[in-house]
Design a protein around this ligand. Structure first.
Ligand SMILES: [Cu+2]
Ligand SMILES: [Zn+2]
Length: 172
């Protein structure tokens, strides 16, 4: 009986660890307002692994970042509507003001590798953010952009990833 209780407790403990080790983020197309799937975030020995389960995207690479605020609401700027403007900029706790790679230290902490979308419009290939911890994600948002990302601020700011296309709020 004692052995049974002990193993049951161990089961509960391991279950708990697993449950908190994975964050599932519902991702919404900002034009249609509909979900196009979800992304899971999981802690690994080397950083946070983002695994997309997305469909209905255009083929190719899409800029992908952790943005600072937990909102995907639009904002107005001089009469112009900015989709998911309320998400703010790339998460930048060290105030670097610089866009770059996920593994360099003098740029936004929210800079991630781009997501690859296959010829069917699906994104399933995981990407790794070695500097992030799962706790950094809470109360922020994930953004998929229309364009790619050259991980620099030239010739265009923020890697030239362009318009905000798909957004998900991380609340856990
Ligand atoms: Cu972004
Ligand atoms: Zn950035």
């Amino acid at each position: 009986m004692v052995t049974f209780l002990l193993s049951f407790c161990l089961f509960l403990i391991s279950f708990n660890v697993n449950a908190t080790d994975l964050i599932k983020i519902d991702m919404k197309d900002l034009n249609s307002g509909k979900s196009i799937g979800y992304i899971t975030a999981q802690q690994s020995q080397y950083g946070v692994v983002f695994t997309p389960h997305l469909s209905d995207l255009s083929t190719g690479l899409h800029g992908f970042h952790l943005h600072e605020n937990p909102s995907c609401e639009e904002t107005k700027e001089g009469g112009r509507t900015i989709e998911a403007g309320a998400a703010g900029g790339h998460y930048d706790p060290m105030l670097t003001g610089k866009h770059g790679y996920s593994w360099t230290t003098d740029n936004h902490l929210g800079d991630l590798p781009p997501l690859y979308v296959d010829t069917y419009g699906d994104a399933t290939e995981p990407v790794l953010a070695p500097r992030l911890k799962l706790a950094d994600l809470v109360d922020r948002s994930l953004m998929v952009h229309a364009g790619g990302d050259n991980h620099a601020d030239h010739p265009h700011q923020h890697g030239g990833s362009g318009a905000r296309l798909v957004c998900g709020v991380i609340t856990k």
